[in-house]
Design a protein around this ligand. Structure first.
Ligand code: FA5
Length: 339
């Protein structure tokens, strides 16, 4: 009987070692240690043994069971690790496969211009503020010193949403909103979308972007305005650019000016971009009208200020020689990927 137990153990050891998978190992376990397994069968004969032999065989049977269990556990660990490894390899990526090319996005030329504008003006001490695109009559016209019958307040020029409420036609509305909330000194720029009831062509759209600038303090003069805008134009379009002021009228400034920069492309000699004039119009500017200062509760005897408003689309158009502003909104990848 003892010999039979040893034989079972050596057979089991061989089978366990030979098991190539955890499934095969489970079969071997059932075969030797299961309820109807070899060891249980062998122990059935225990009753027919003599009283001296029985405890010896019983003890040996327990040892054999313990050894088989230890062999099974060791083999199970080895096989599980190998199977896990195989599973991992099967799921692994083939790093040698060529990958899909990722298309790089680019920032839109208008976003780039806007970022550049903010960078230059914040460097000069201006703060960037925002105002609403939907405005009331008051901020759009009255507070900006428009006379009641001014054509800009006409429905033929602006998009009215309902009586007294319209889409802003210029960022100058943000001047008033900002001054109402603060005491001087106020030094801000306000970039944003504007809307006008206008026919679309290469240089005009019903929706476009402007950047407003405002500086109010004691002793601010037109010379400060010219100096600031000249610095801005040189940073934006290159050194050597000149800024030209010509008299112009806006109800909310006095005196008012049209601002133009010398053409950075032809250096003023005349070219296709500046339509042979040597100058490129940037927008309007001037000294804040005393009535506007009064409307926001500032004392015009104490404070003066300048304001300017420029079209943002113009800037990348000048910088990159883009002839038609409709290209900005067409989303044509062939255009956009050039920037
Ligand atoms: C104004 O809008 C004034 N608010 C500017 C200003 C601000 C004057 C502060 C004084 C003090 P104007 O209408 O000229 O001015 O517009 C300024 C610029 O906005 C234009 O030079 C142009 O670059 C741009 N712009 C105006 N209308 C359009 C349009 N329909 N499409 C594209 N750009 C436009």
């Amino acid at each position: 009987m003892l010999d039979h137990l040893d034989l079972l153990l050596s057979q089991a050891a061989r089978n366990i070692e030979a098991a190539a998978s955890t499934d095969a190992l489970r079969e071997a376990e059932v075969h030797y240690l299961g309820r109807k397994g070899e060891l249980t069968q062998a122990l059935r004969g225990l009753g027919s043994l003599s009283a001296e032999e029985r405890p010896l065989v019983g003890k040996r049977a327990n040892e054999v069971r313990a050894e088989m269990e230890a062999l099974l556990a060791a083999r199970k660990e080895a096989l599980s690790a190998r199977e896990e490894e195989t599973r991992r390899c099967r799921n692994a990526l083939d790093v040698t496969l060529p990958g899909k090319r990722l298309r790089h996005g680019r920032r839109h030329p208008l976003t780039r211009a806007l970022d550049e504008i903010k960078r230059i003006f914040t460097g000069l001490g201006f703060e960037v503020v925002q105002g609403p695109e939907i405005e009331t009559d008051y901020y759009g016209f009255q507070a900006l010193n428009y006379p009641p019958d001014h054509p800009a307040a006409d429905e033929a020029m602006s998009f009215f949403l309902k009586d007294g409420v319209l889409l802003r036609s210029q960022t100058s509305t943000v001047q008033v909103r900002t001054m109402e909330k603060r005491e001087p000194p106020v030094r801000i720029i306000a970039p944003g979308r504007c809307y006008r009831y206008e026919a679309v062509d290469a240089t005009h759209s019903h929706s476009f972007t402007q950047v407003e600038g405002l500086f109010v303090d004691e002793g601010v003069s037109m010379a400060d305005l010219k100096g600031t805008l000249t610095l801005f134009a040189r940073e934006m379009f290159g050194p050597g650019v000149q800024v030209r002021f010509r008299p112009d009228y806006f109800p909310f400034v006095e005196p008012g000016a049209e601002i133009a920069a010398s053409c950075a492309i032809c250096k003023g000699a005349g070219c296709r971009v500046c339509k042979m004039s040597g100058w490129l119009e940037l927008g309007g500017a001037g000294m804040v009208h005393p009535n506007v200062l009064r409307n926001v509760g500032y004392d015009p005897e104490k404070y003066t200020g300048y304001a300017f408003g420029m079209g943002i689309e113009r800037m990348p158009m000048i910088r990159y020689g883009i002839e038609d502003m409709r290209l900005f909104t067409e989303n044509d990848i062939r255009f956009l990927e050039q920037f």
